[in-house]
Design a protein. Structure first.
Length: 218
């Protein structure tokens, strides 16, 4: 019997294409592809208009249990994830949290599965591994100091329960812009930022490539 080609859905929740978050999502997707998966990628900020959960509770009615009934730009994304064997989510850290588009997607992804019952807590669905990538200007070592670490734990815990075992990768101290001289910013050293981009970022790309590969091979 021929093995079914595994499918991975990759989500870029950054408005900036081909920059930090998107690059890492692409690298993770390449890793999954090398392992033999087919990847479908979505750029949330390029989709048709969508919203977060509208609290219609349609996903709790018997005929729609576990499936969001709101029809908008996120509908094909959620439909694709239901057919996926793994999920990659990449988001920038905005003000200590995920991007607005990522939050809207996350609400729709998670809430549709909640039963509001003691047991089971979620409607039956196959668990799939998740790679959750966050990029930020802040160095990762400062995450605990400013409460960002707790935020990531919260997302991981929910994704673990609702979607499947979740691996988290944080890429901190990122290069925000190509030319810092255009801005009157005095808390950054552009040379340090550029050096980080040239030395550490390639290592981060290599790491998420392997993590993307592990989604299929583990």
């Amino acid at each position: 019997m021929e093995n079914k080609l595994k499918k991975v859905v990759a989500i870029n929740a950054s408005p900036r294409l081909n920059w930090n978050t998107d690059i890492l999502v692409q690298e993770a997707a390449k890793g999954a592809e090398e392992a033999g998966a087919a990847v479908e990628k979505f750029n949330l900020y390029r989709l048709d208009k969508f919203s977060g959960c509208i609290s219609c509770f349609g996903c709790k009615l018997p005929k729609n249990q576990g499936k969001c009934v709101c029809k908008d730009g996120l509908t094909p994304v959620l439909d694709s994830i239901r057919q996926a064997d793994a999920l990659i989510i990449g988001t920038p850290n905005y003000l200590g949290d995920v991007s607005a588009a990522c939050r809207a997607f996350y609400e729709r992804l998670i809430f549709q599965g909640l039963t509001y019952c003691k047991n089971p807590a979620f409607y039956p669905a196959a668990k799939i591994p998740v790679l959750f990538i966050m990029t930020s200007n802040m160095p990762q070592e400062d995450y605990a100091k400013y409460g960002y670490a707790q935020t990531i734990v919260r997302y991981k815990t929910t994704l673990d329960s609702a979607i499947g075992p979740t691996e988290v990768f944080v890429c901190g101290n990122t290069l925000q812009v190509k030319d810092y001289s255009r801005f009157n910013w005095d808390i950054f050293d552009p040379k340090v930022k550029q050096a980080q981009r040239e030395t550490q970022f390639p290592l981060d790309k290599a790491k998420v490539f392997q993590l993307g590969k592990a989604l299929i091979t583990q």
